[in-house]
Design a protein around this ligand. Structure first.
Ligand code: CFM
Length: 550
């Protein structure tokens, strides 16, 4: 048994060790870079969370995991909706993100429903458009898309050159909406790649656009009047949304819309008829939750249906919010039924995965959410960080008022939202809200990644490629979670890499069935002996090492 003194020793040693790592990495950088990077590398301490530098520009020359603002707006938030024709206004190279590269799936309810997800729409700007302007070409593209597909909505996404030459996608959208008529909705996004420090800016721009152009356009209350919810920040990667839809349906919870996994225009337009907003990926969609609360009076809570226990927790929160015994009982029945299968699989695998180490460096929420699944497997997350999270995603929303607004954040439009005069309607009375809060329900709250991590674990924002290699050399994790840019470099080091953006070819990983899939996939990776056999060429051959001269 470990006594208290030993445990303290261990913690101190661990912290010293990690501090040692931090200085080892930082001293390799030129002085200015070191000074900047050190603020983004901290040791987790839930009792006294350190301030972390996040959402600042990446230092040129550092190999970052980040993407661009256009990718965040078009690729991430609007991309998964199946019945909007999304046109990328830009050179053809940017069209990559116009296509289905993220494994965001969709399922039309019948053969007559539209599905444009498999298409890639681009204006294919040429030199002449850059010199003389591309607005006419954009108009032509909109006309062509309408003639071919007759969609309900067309969205236009600006790439870098559009902002540089001054094409006005908003004016063109308005003009074309008028020209085409027939109730079509056409709107543009100023989401040029350079507009923010990462894809995070694109999320914000997309949220503003969703609110201005789609949410609240259809007041018809469809389906059950009871337990009406929206799921925000779920993107149906690898079929996650399908599993969550299954679980909600089984509990008789009525999902009005998902932003934006397996979504439709109608879902967005009708979302304001729900009675509760659940925020899954805080980073990418908290703005919509806030705006819908201000305008329509819909409260929001943070949920986390990654991990079987976390899914159960989410369902219990929903039942608690609506407060009806019928729902509370149904939710408990579903949890009991689903957990039987989950536990049977988990217990078998847990014995093999227990104590193994994971590292997670992904996006703006998964580096946190997936820690629950690893916990269920008895695995420890020894280091984690986001690519483009903000301080609140690490330290919790309580720090939001203290976050300094810099020039890059000012570059993103802030829209002023006020109460909708006719449709604002608080879903719960003040007393009901107070009662729920007293029972432990937290509204408008997210505690961030650091609260969950063990004291002394490394937390690194916008991890560089060099830092990643050093982390692996030193701590030899059993699995490294990141994306395609890291995958093969890490695997050549003899460590399996699980892609947590697109799940490799796996998934769903959300909900109950998703947890089972994840347990099995991780077991295969961390229990395979083959990884130890892998030797990178530089381990057996001589190689030249250079040093920076600065
Ligand atoms: Fe949210 Fe996402 Fe993520 Fe994200 Fe993304 Fe993604 Fe991601 Mo890749 S919206 S922040 S911009 S959960 S595409 S579905 S996996 S980086 S952690």
């Amino acid at each position: 048994m470990v006594n208290e003194t030993d445990r303290t020793m261990q913690t101190e040693e661990l912290i010293a060790e990690l501090q040692d790592f931090r200085s080892e990495v930082i001293t390799k950088y030129p002085k200015k870079v070191a000074k900047k990077r050190e603020k983004s590398i901290v040791l987790s301490d839930a009792d006294n969370p350190p301030q972390i530098q996040a959402n600042v520009r990446t230092i040129p020359g550092i190999i970052t995991q980040r993407g661009c603002t256009y990718a965040g707006c078009k690729g991430v938030v609007l991309g998964p909706t199946r019945d909007i024709v999304n046109i990328t206004h830009g050179p053809i190279g940017c069209g990559f993100y116009s296509w289905l590269t993220r494994r965001n799936q969709t399922k039309p309810e019948n053969d007559t429903q539209e599905n444009f997800i498999t298409y890639c729409f681009s204006t294919d700007m040429q030199d002449s458009n850059i010199v003389f302007g591309g607005e006419e070409k954009l108009k032509q593209a909109i006309r062509e898309a309408y003639e071919l597909f007759h969609p309900k909505a067309i969205a236009v996404f600006s790439t870098c050159p559009v902002g540089l030459i001054g094409d006005d996608v908003h004016r063109v959208s308005r003009q074309m909406k008028e020209e085409i008529g027939n109730g079509i909705n056409i709107f543009g996004f100023s989401c040029e790649g350079y507009r923010g420090v990462s894809q995070s800016a694109g999320h914000h721009i997309a949220n503003n656009g969703l609110f201005k152009n789609l949410i609240g356009r259809d007041d018809e209350v469809r389906g059950s009047l009871k337990y009406r919810v929206n799921l925000l920040g779920e993107y149906n990667i690898g079929g996650d949304a399908f599993e969550l839809e299954r679980v909600f349906e089984k509990c008789s919870i009525h999902l009005i819309s998902t932003f934006s996994g397996n979504s439709t225009v109608q879902g967005f337009e009708n979302a304001h008829t729900a009675d509760l907003n659940m925020v899954m990926c805080h980073r990418s969609i908290n703005y919509v939750a806030e705006m819908m609360e201000t305008a329509f009076g819909i409260p929001w809570i943070k949920v986390q249906p990654i991990g079987a226990n976390s899914t159960a927790k989410m369902l219990r929160k929903i039942a608690q919010y609506f407060g009806e015994q019928e729902l509370i009982d149904r939710v408990e029945e579903v949890i009991a039924e689903e957990m039987k299968e989950v536990e049977a699989v988990r217990q078998k695998i847990h014995a093999k995965t227990k104590g193994k180490k994971a590292m997670l460096f992904v996006g703006g929420s998964r580096a946190h959410h997936y820690q629950d699944l690893f916990e269920e497997l008895g695995m420890v997350t020894v280091a984690a960080g986001y690519e483009f999270g903000h301080r609140d995603d690490y330290e919790g929303r309580r720090v939001i008022p203290t976050i300094q607004i810099d020039a890059d954040s000012r570059n993103i439009e802030e829209i002023t939202v006020s109460k909708d005069e006719t449709r604002y309607q608080p879903r719960k009375s003040e007393d009901e809200m107070k009662k729920l809060e007293a029972e432990g329900m937290e509204f408008n709250e997210y505690h961030g990644l650091m609260e969950q991590m063990e004291k002394g674990a490394l937390v690194i924002d916008d991890l560089s490629h060099y830092e990643m290699e050093k982390l692996i050399e030193r701590y030899k994790p059993d699995v490294f979670c990141a994306g395609i840019k890291e995958k093969f470099v890490v695997q050549k080091m003899g460590i399996p890499l699980k892609q947590l953006h697109n799940y490799d070819s796996g998934g769903p990983y959300a909900g109950f069935k998703g947890a089972i899939n994840f347990y099995k996939d991780i077991e295969q990776m961390v229990c395979a002996a083959i990884w130890q056999e892998i030797k990178a060429p530089w381990e057996s051959e001589a190689y030249v090492e250079a040093q920076f001269a600065y």
